[in-house]
Write a protein that binds this ligand. Structure first.
Ligand SMILES: NC(=O)c1ccc[n+]([C@@H]2O[C@H](COP(=O)([O-])OP(=O)(O)OC[C@H]3O[C@@H](n4cnc5c(N)ncnc54)[C@H](OP(=O)(O)O)[C@@H]3O)[C@@H](O)[C@H]2O)c1
Length: 277
């Protein structure tokens, strides 16, 4: 039995579809609300909340392989609950900031989750993705309302990653030999700026989308209201304020692990154009 967490998020649905199409099973999906979850055929939805690790016990019953998103609850307790349930292998979604910005709070937290997993006695595969293409959904309200998209660091080009490629790497790591004890830094196939992302969404929509660069201070004021000032600073650093060659680097890990090239941002934009209509 494989349990996929984040089953209704950016990676989980693609991972479940890939596993199901490959005939892998049985599959189980974790969600906090099974009534709302839309899942591929043949996938059992089980409720559980990372905020209460004991609530994960029913979902973990009989599970041997676990796809786990980090930092959505008490990771130490989640890992221990999984170990006690008999999980043998965990594929963990950490972050590339562990190696590019280890001094930042969220990166240090991810590094600690990685350390706990490695010390747990369970087999592990660690995925360290860069910024997801799906983060651009944060502009959906403005685009739907025909307003100007406003973003900082408009010309910083990052190798933005299609979440489907994280799913593809996870599927291989969960189902094929040779991936235990491996850490994979994952990026998209080319650097893309915020301005270019908005242009790709505009092309997919078939109309112009106005774009304006805003200052770090303006962006911080908006983000701090939602995430708090420290998290806002961390996001702003890793999306333009304090980038470094390690973060900007395009890697071929997706192709090496899956045998297929990583998908460009414009592909994500055309596949998800309805989110912006
Ligand atoms: N976004 C990025 O650029 C980026 C970059 C590097 C690493 N990461 C990491 O990648 C992972 C996914 O990030 P994302 O932004 O794309 O998130 P996401 O997949 O959109 O996360 C939402 C998913 O997580 C589940 N979830 C949220 N809180 C939960 C809880 N308390 N208990 C159980 N399930 C819960 C939701 O399930 P239900 O609502 O159905 O319960 C939903 O399926 C995270 O670990 C993040 O730290 C993200």
């Amino acid at each position: 039995m494989i349990l996929v967490t984040g089953a209704t998020g950016n990676i989980g649905p693609a991972l479940l579809r890939e596993l199901h199409a490959a005939g892998v099973g049985p599959l189980r999906a974790l969600t906090r609300d099974a009534a709302r979850a839309v899942l591929p055929d043949g996938v059992e939805a089980v409720e559980g909340d990372f905020a209460d690790p004991t609530s994960l016990k029913p979902a973990l019953e009989g599970v041997r392989s676990l796809f786990l998103l980090s930092r959505l609850g008490s990771d130490a307790e989640i890992l221990e609950t999984a170990r006690q349930a008999g999980v043998e292998h965990i594929v963990l979604v950490s972050s590339i900031t562990v190696q590019t910005h280890p001094h930042l709070g969220p990166a240090a937290e991810n590094l600690e989750v990685e350390r706990l997993l490695k010390a747990s006695g369970m087999a592990w595969t660690i995925l360290r993705p860069t910024q997801f293409a799906s983060n651009s959904v944060m502009w959906a309200d403005a685009i739907r309302g025909h307003e100007t998209v406003r973003a900082p660091y408009a010309e910083t080009a990052l190798p933005t990653l299609h979440p489907g490629d994280i799913a593809a790497v996870a599927r291989v790591a969960l189902t094929e030999p040779g991936h235990h004890g491996r850490t994979y830094a994952l990026t998209g196939p080319e650097p893309v700026t915020a301005r270019q992302q908005v242009e790709a969404i505009a092309t997919a929509l078939g109309r112009e989308v106005p774009f304006a660069e805003i200052s770090r201070e303006q962006a911080h004021a908006q983000m701090a209201a939602v995430f708090g000032p420290e998290a806002a600073d961390a996001v702003l650093d890793v999306t333009g304020g304090d980038v470094n060659p390690e973060l900007l680097m395009v890697r071929d890990t997706v192709a090496q692990v899956t045998g297929a090239p990583a998908r460009p941002f414009h592909q994500w934009a055309s596949e998800n154009v309805d989110a912006f209509r």
